[in-house]
Design a protein around this ligand. Structure first.
Ligand code: PAF
Length: 274
């Protein structure tokens, strides 16, 4: 990969980068397409990063579909997309550990509070991949909005010369945010899961006239009536600091964030509120 990158740089080629953990879906492809529209080549990394999983079972069961992923990427481009699929040893040698990061407190909210060490793992792998791929631009989906904000902070803190670009959430026709984990849902949980986005949309409408506290209470009530989905958190937070809103201000922008268990599959989603 380094030789290839040296060659691109020597020929002044702009390198786009889409880091993934594989099990690619249309959401990933839209990132690759955006990358291709803005760069000469796009590197797609496929690496299930062990250090960002707080749950061993989730790491073991995470779908690994490299052949199908490569096939899918070929439908986008046969010569401008480069797949980089390193092994755990390539990335970590024999020291599979995260570096410890402080991202101005962004790492302590939501996913950071519920998934111990998750953002240390994400910071470690993304920083390492940026060192290897040296991209001009890197593309991340807004489904992992907190991750996107943290990576922007990582780049700022370590003066990494890459433009981090957030891309809109890709949804199935029924509204479920696309995720590699969706393939692991049972049929009944898959059928129940669009409820998450339905609730987010209504929460957005309610937030126009009601306090964050009232909206949160309403959301919790709706999930209590839904036996197939277990709400882990629903939080309305300031878009910049990701801190939960105490009192609404017209000068700030807010987003609602949600994490839900559908059986043993954990799904996240979010929506801009104003
Ligand atoms: O969003 C993901 O798929 C992963 O967190 C990432 C950015 C590829 C790092 O492993």
């Amino acid at each position: 990969m380094s030789h290839l990158i040296d060659e691109f740089k020597a020929n002044n080629k702009a390198v786009g980068f889409v880091p993934t953990m594989g099990a690619l879906h249309n959401g990933h492809l839209s990132l690759v397409e955006k990358g291709l529209s803005e760069n000469d080549v796009v590197v797609v990394s496929i690496f299930v990063n062990p250090t960002q999983f707080d749950n061993k079972e989730d790491l073991i069961k995470y779908p690994r579909t490299l052949d199908a992923d490569v096939k899918l990427l070929k439908t986008v481009s046969t010569d401008k997309v480069i797949v980089y699929a390193p092994s755990v040893e390539d990335i970590y040698n024999d020291d599979v550990q995260s570096q410890s990061f402080k991202f101005d407190g962004l790492e302590n909210e939501m996913e950071g509070a519920f998934r111990d060490g998750h953002f240390d793992g994400v910071g470690t792998i993304v920083k390492r991949l940026f060192e290897i791929v040296i991209p001009n631009r890197a593309y991340f989906g807004e489904k992992d909005f907190q991750q996107l904000q943290i990576i922007k902070k990582l780049v700022e803190l370590y003066h990494i010369p890459v433009k981090v670009i957030g891309c809109p959430i890709h949804r199935a026709k029924d509204g479920l945010a696309m995720s590699s984990r969706n393939t692991r849902l049972s049929e009944e949980h898959r059928n129940a899961a669009p409820f998450i986005y339905k609730i987010l949309k209504t929460a957005k409408t309610k937030f126009g006239t009601k306090s964050a506290k009232k909206v949160k209470e309403w959301v919790e009530k709706q999930f209590n009536k839904q036996p197939l989905l277990e709400l882990e958190y629903f939080i309305i937070a300031d878009t910049k600091t990701l801190k939960p809103v105490k009192r609404k201000s017209t000068k700030k922008t807010y987003r609602a964030f949600i994490a839900v268990y559908a059986g043993d599959i954990r799904l996240i989603d979010n929506i801009a509120l104003n």
